[in-house]
Ligand binder design. Structure first.
Ligand SMILES: [Zn+2]
Length: 67
């Protein structure tokens, strides 16, 4: 039972703005960290990319210090 606490930690997720490839055969997507003036094209298949959101795990910052 000693491992129970660690296993019960919930995984936090947050909705992130992303560009996703419109090609059904391509799973490429990228974070919307760049301010594109218009829709970018997929770097893999050159298809149009459409804006959307994805649920991604929040990156845990273990170096965060308490004040
Ligand atoms: Zn693609």
């Amino acid at each position: 039972m000693y491992f129970a606490k660690k296993a019960m930690e919930p995984i936090e997720e947050e909705e992130i703005d992303v560009w996703a490839c419109s090609n059904d055969n391509c799973s490429c997507w990228m974070r919307d960290n760049f301010s594109f003036e218009e829709s970018p094209t997929c770097p893999l298949c050159q298809s149009e990319m459409s804006k959307g959101t994805r649920l991604l795990p929040v990156l845990q910052n273990h170096t965060r210090k308490s004040n």
